[in-house]
Design a binder for this molecule. Structure first.
Ligand SMILES: Cc1cc2nc3c(=O)[nH]c(=O)nc-3n(C[C@H](O)[C@H](O)[C@H](O)COP(=O)(O)OP(=O)(O)OC[C@H]3O[C@@H](n4cnc5c(N)ncnc54)[C@H](O)[C@@H]3O)c2cc1C
Length: 413
């Protein structure tokens, strides 16, 4: 490959022999008809080899941007390369909103949906759950449209890039709304033990951050409509803006201090115009049933002497259940434990394995766009409908055009 392409974190150098940037759906169909292996690269924010191929890497960044609001203003149809930040600004200009965002606006919609990317909020489902229709070029080069109500639809939305090239998606929208963001420092461990669920429910979106050097939570980020005053479960209002990772400049973070502002400038932790997070990092995340939240926190606490030295920050969020077959929130209201590690895979991997052992009794489902060591059979056994997903893959991509070693491992074929 003449051009070296890496993922955002730089821990994956893609092995593709060519990179194609089609400018139309017709061109996507021609590329697919030319044969595989083919993988689509979204914005490259995943941390493993799921988007890698030794064949053709397709970027949809040069497809004509599409953000077509429906006549009833309840949905928007977008192209397969658009990023959430661009979509969010367009929706806001038109008085509309998404129900939620991830921590950063830089990721592509199709890539985020493929991995069930989520934000937080006990009443908020993940981002994929807002998709009402998906249009993809399957392994034969045919354009397939599946919509809510179609039998295959709940299996095709969170697709790990396995079914084809997603060229368009239709996503639910709602009237625009404003939120205030508050950060509270140092939530005592006793409050977490006694009030975890109330705390996580005390806002439209709530995140708890800790670096596990102590059993206390370092800070809580609340995104809510109502103003707040005074202490919060024993924590004090931050005396200035914060970044989730200690020591990183808060200028990258969206506005805090309770200043009301548009949903898309409060729900993500990071501003679109800055490099999000620390850049030098790896990430891991596990979803457990919400009622097992405290047990999961205790499991991490039990090895915090191993976790803390390789950790930048840990974030705890909630996600409402959905019915998408490969969603980590399938039929399970969830609490997710996210880990932003240092950028040292050799040091981090054994800790990830130990963490998985500790969490195993709680049947954790890993975020498959991040770093994990769970075996393919453990992953498969976490999803009731995995066998049905396999059938979809065999049907829409019988020749394995979109298969790569990462996917073949997970699928087992
Ligand atoms: C700083 C940072 C913060 C993050 N924050 C969050 C967070 O808050 N919540 C969360 O859940 N996750 C988070 N993530 C993870 C991230 O959202 C996921 O990895 C997501 O998949 C990234 O989207 P992408 O477009 O970069 O996908 P890529 O990494 O480019 O691709 C992911 C998968 O989707 C496939 N794919 C992409 N586009 C298409 C398409 N058009 N058609 C078919 N297949 C496609 C790829 O082949 C690949 O298999 C974060 C990652 C980073 C780096």
């Amino acid at each position: 490959m003449s051009e070296q392409v890496t993922n955002w974190a730089g821990n994956v150098v893609f092995g593709a022999r060519e990179v194609r940037r089609p400018t139309s759906v017709d061109e996507v169909q021609q590329i697919v008809a030319g044969g595989g292996p083919i993988k689509v690269l979204g914005s490259g924010h995943s941390f493993n080899r799921m988007a890698d191929t030794d064949g053709t890497l397709v970027s949809l960044a040069e497809l004509p941007r599409l953000a077509e609001i429906s006549a009833d203003r309840k949905s928007v149809r977008v192209d397969g390369g658009i990023r959430y930040g661009v979509l969010a600004a367009h929706l806001y200009d038109n008085g509309l909103a998404l129900h939620n965002t991830a921590s950063l606006p830089h990721i592509s919609v199709a890539g985020a949906v493929a991995t069930a990317t989520h934000g937080s909020g006990e009443k908020n489902q993940n981002l994929a759950a807002a998709v009402s229709s998906i249009e993809f070029v399957d392994g034969s080069g045919k354009l397939v449209t599946l919509s809510r109500g179609d039998a295959d639809f709940p299996g095709a939305v969170v697709n790990l890039g396995a079914l084809g090239v997603v060229v368009a998606l239709t996503v639910d929208v709602q009237p625009a709304f404003e939120l205030r963001q508050y950060v509270y420092d140092n939530v005592p461990r006793a409050s977490v033990e006694q009030h975890l669920h109330e705390m996580l429910a005390d806002g439209y979106s709530v995140s708890l951050f800790t670096n596990w050097t102590s059993l206390d939570i370092s800070h809580a980020w609340l995104k809510r409509t109502e103003p707040m005053t005074g202490d919060w479960y024993g924590a004090h209002l931050a005396d200035g803006p914060r970044h989730p990772v200690p020591g990183m400049p808060a200028v990258n973070s969206t506005e805090q201090g309770g200043v009301p502002g548009p949903w898309h400038q409060r729900l993500p932790h990071f501003r679109m115009e800055f490099t999000p997070s620390s850049g030098e990092e790896l990430q891991t995340e596990y979803h457990v049933a919400r009622e097992d939240g405290l047990a999961a926190i205790d499991a991490v606490a039990s090895i915090r002497d191993r976790v803390a030295p390789v950790l930048q920050v840990c974030e705890i969020r909630t996600i409402k259940a959905d019915d998408l077959w490969l969603s980590p929130n399938y039929h399970r209201d969830s609490m997710a434990l996210h880990f932003t590690w240092i950028a040292d895979a050799d040091a981090v991997t054994p800790v990830v394995a130990e963490l998985e052992q500790r969490l195993a009794p709680l049947s954790p489902r890993a975020h498959l766009g991040k770093v994990f060591t769970q075996t393919p059979s453990t992953i498969r056994s976490g999803y009731e409908r995995f066998a049905d997903f396999e059938q979809l893959v065999r049907r829409y991509d019988p020749a394995g055009t979109f298969r790569n070693p990462w996917l073949a491992d997970i699928l087992g074929f």
